[in-house]
Design a protein around this ligand. Structure first.
Ligand code: DQA
Length: 161
């Protein structure tokens, strides 16, 4: 596994974590608050970015309701960003195209979900992203985003030596 910040000249830019949010996550706060909580997506992104900054990483965030946009973002991450943290929303459960794009990315991928899909409807039990992720953090609400970014950064830091 390659962590790309190893390649960056020192003193230039901080390594980047790409946080990807899939369909409907733009509605967080409003959508099913009993399942997903009352924090907005911006709340989660802000907290996750602060956590990354504390560890000298930058964080880029892209949310899209379109599968192809997310795949393009993953392609754009190749040979550029240190790690990807992704909550693919419902694409988790059927997007083999997302799976393939993540498999073609050379750095660590961490999957995160606010809820625990495996404890919900049967159609949510399969994650096609899980096989290409080093870790899946589920059912921890917003704290899961912080844990996911820590896991991604640890994977990069470990590879530094
Ligand atoms: C989700 C779980 C998915 O099953 C669902 O489609 C979502 C949100 C989560 O964060 O818990 O949109 O990814």
């Amino acid at each position: 596994m390659i962590c790309l910040h190893v390649w960056q000249p020192s003193g230039v830019a901080r390594p980047v974590i790409l946080l990807l949010s899939g369909p409907n996550l733009n509605l967080l706060g409003d959508r099913d608050p009993e399942v997903y909580g009352t924090d907005s997506l911006l709340d989660h992104v802000t907290a996750t970015r602060e956590r990354a900054h504390d560890q000298d990483f930058d964080l880029e965030h892209i949310q899209s309701n379109h599968e192809g946009d997310l795949i393009d973002a993953i392609h754009g991450a190749r040979k550029r960003v240190a790690a990807i943290v992704i909550n693919p929303g419902a694409l988790t459960h059927y997007s083999w195209a997302l799976h393939d794009a993540l498999a073609a990315y050379e750095g660590p991928v961490v999957e995160v979900h606010l809820s625990d899909p495996k404890k919900r409807e049967p159609w949510r039990h399969l994650s096609v992203v899980e096989p290409v992720a080093i870790s899946s953090v589920t059912g921890k609400g917003g704290a899961g985003y912080l844990e996911a970014v820590d896991i991604a950064i640890n994977a990069c830091t470990k590879n530094d030596g």
